[in-house]
Ligand binder design. Structure first.
Ligand SMILES: Nc1ncnc2c1ncn2[C@@H]1O[C@H](COP(=O)(O)OP(=O)(O)OP(=O)(O)O)[C@@H](O)[C@H]1O
Ligand SMILES: [Mg+2]
Length: 378
């Protein structure tokens, strides 16, 4: 029996939960020729939402849709590589005429991709070192998107990465190409809300005011739990409403974590057993136990101050006033300055995230399973 709770890869339509409003909003906004900034905490469902939107007939039948995650990129050369490879991969199945149009626009890389002279098959063999003038290639890429035979949508995930490139003018450069475009819409997505909103909301920045903004939150509880119960029922199995509610509440509806728990419940609990609250608690124990080795190894790489700060924040859940004397005292930490320093390194290694609510900074562990495990272990 196929597990209906997908925890990786593209989710088939029948196993995709809700996001009706968000999908419609995205479709409408893109059709209205606006660009979009899509943010959310990590693992809330941005990537799945973008792919789901691409699968709608009103998008799929009209547009070429592209998606790149530029998280691994650290330079404009890599950005160029990722963008051109994605366009190539999307266009290859569309046939020779469509691909030729792209190939004939990208003169600067003509030696590295095109057709294999022996087999005649299309091939893409661009290496980072082949990109000698990234600005020129970038211009050619945007030129292609502007003159493609269909309108285009390009999603660039983890877009905040471009602000870390050593080349200083990338934001301004991209913006200058994009603002003149008529044929291509952009979705800029990412989980680093603070950096992204800064890129789009400060008047001095090139992307200022250039996109409609959407913050993706949890799937509403009644919709998610209804979906989960129905998925069990479709396989002649029972998930009680109490159990569905508990799974949701354990992670405050944070999509990936709730989904992962139910994935495990579906996978590991005998199909003739009713999944009730006790079973959910048991599955949570097992899930945390399975991850124990990797969690221990993560913590073993931290120094004492980092560890005690991480533990304190895990126990708070949403931690505010972390450098106050009160917080330091409550958790028997060393000093506000040691906490401050530990936090900056924990943010860098992505064990922590934060969001700004007004002038208040709220810190939280990035991984909710790790948070639960720490609360039980320390
Ligand atoms: N609408 C949905 N229906 C069912 N499951 C979902 C849905 N949205 C997200 N998920 C679950 O959450 C997981 C994470 O989703 P996704 O990768 O889209 O999040 P993300 O916000 O892009 O995360 P990251 O910030 O790590 O890139 C999916 O693999 C899936 O298990
Ligand atoms: Mg993603």
């Amino acid at each position: 029996m196929e597990n209906p709770f997908y925890i990786s890869g593209l989710i088939p339509e029948e196993f995709f939960c809700d996001r009706d409003y968000e999908t419609q909003w995205l479709v409408r906004t893109l059709q209205n020729k606006a660009n979009v900034l899509l943010t959310s905490p990590r693992r809330m469902g941005k990537t799945q939402l973008i792919k789901h939107t691409y699968a709608q007939p009103s998008i799929k039948d009209i547009y070429y849709t592209f998606y790149v995650d530029i998280y691994p990129t650290t330079s404009i050369n890599e950005l160029v590589l990722f963008l051109s490879k994605e366009i190539y991969n999307v266009l290859v199945p569309k046939g020779k005429a469509v691909l030729d149009r792209f190939l004939s626009t990208i003169h600067s890389l003509s030696g590295s991709f095109g057709y294999n002279p022996i087999t005649g098959f299309p091939s893409f063999d661009v290496k980072m070192g082949d990109i000698h003038s990234p600005q020129l290639t970038l211009e050619e890429i945007f030129n292609y998107l502007e003159h493609a035979d269909k309108p285009c949508i390009f999603a660039i995930d983890e877009f905040q990465q471009i602000s870390h490139y050593p080349e200083k003018n990338v934001e301004a450069l991209l913006r200058s190409y994009i603002q003149g475009m008529n044929n291509c819409r952009f979705i800029y997505a990412g989980s680093n809300r603070h950096v992204l909103e800064n890129m789009f909301n400060s008047a001095a920045k090139p992307f200022y005011n250039s996109a409609e903004q959407f913050y993706l939150d949890c799937i509403p509880k009644d919709i998610y739990t209804g979906f989960a119960i129905e998925q069990f029922r479709n396989s002649q199995r029972v998930l009680t409403p109490d159990a569905a509610n508990l799974a949701y509440d354990l992670f405050e509806g944070h999509t990936y974590y709730v989904h992962n728990l139910l994935h495990n419940a579906f996978a590991y609990i005998d199909s003739n057993i009713t999944v009730d609250k006790d079973e959910i608690n048991r599955i949570l124990d097992n899930t945390l136990q399975e991850k124990e080795h990797s969690f221990s190894s993560t913590l073993s790489q931290l120094n004492y101050q980092q560890k005690e700060t991480l533990v304190a924040i895990a126990k708070e859940g949403n931690a505010t006033g972390v450098t106050s004397v009160a917080f330091v005292k409550k958790h028997s930490l060393k000093s506000p300055s040691s906490v401050q320093y530990a936090i900056s390194t924990l943010l860098e290694s992505q064990l922590l995230t934060y969001e700004n609510r007004g002038r208040i900074k709220i810190y939280r562990l990035a991984d909710r399973f790790l948070e639960k495990w720490i609360c039980r272990t320390y």
